[in-house]
Design a protein around this ligand. Sequence first.
Ligand code: AMP
Length: 280
Amino acid sequence: MSDFPSLGLSNWLIQQCKQMGINKPTSVQESCIPAILDGRDCLGCAKTGSGKTAAFVLPVLQKLSEDPYGIFCLVLSPTRELAYQIAEQFRVLGKPLGLRDCIVVGGMDMVTQALELSKKPHVVVATPGRLADHLRSSNTFHMKKIKFLILDEADRLLEQGCTDFTKDLEVILRAVPASRQTLLFSATLTDTLQELKSIAMNKPFFWESKSEVRTVDELDQRFILTPEKVKDAYLVHLIQKFQDEHDDWSIMIFTNTCKNCQVLTMMLREFNFPAISCTR
Ligand code: AMP
């Protein structure tokens, strides 16, 4: 396995990686970073947790450091949460550059976002619907000079009500220059993704994880099939068991709606678990 210097990354980026405990490249990084630095479009089929975010963040930051301006890079994410995680990696790894980023997702004030966009951040991380709304309604910013268009978790982007996404993507593709580099990362390679590849990419470098399973080996995944009315009782029991077996513990629970998230938090607090809800 190679190391970061042999992939062509600059020393300052390697030092930033070290600070984050990133010492050796993962396979997706080892394969995709040199191709991206070489100026190629890239289609990566990578597992969640494989280090795919850093596989695009690192080469983009390197290119940005050579010619810093805004807006340099646009990343599309299927969810707000992923958008925040991506922006965080840009922020931490790009700290020595004084990187300015802007997150454009639903549920936030349009005017404030438009103002931030007009300040020409280096990197914009956006959900497609909200960004397309801005492009349709605002003339305070443009994306005519971006060097990188990145679609992260592209399979999930495409899942989200196809017509809306297609319309939003059309608006976004019209706003960005043809002479960009397009990077597309996805856990699965679907037919629609192949279509997207043909409309948005130019002979991309293709990399696919050899493993059939799309999650990391260390992940222990289980499900419990229960009647609806005893679901919460099972959950409380599981948390109690976890608390009894671990001194230092934290658990993340995902719910389908904001309301369910808040109701669950209230219930867990009734059982004296130190719970907070995070809904946006
Ligand atoms: P991702 O697949 O992008 O969601 O990354 C999952 C996690 O792996 C993130 O917390 C990264 O900080 C971390 N990570 C990324 N690259 C490496 C690496 N080469 N070595 C160790 N950890 C890494």
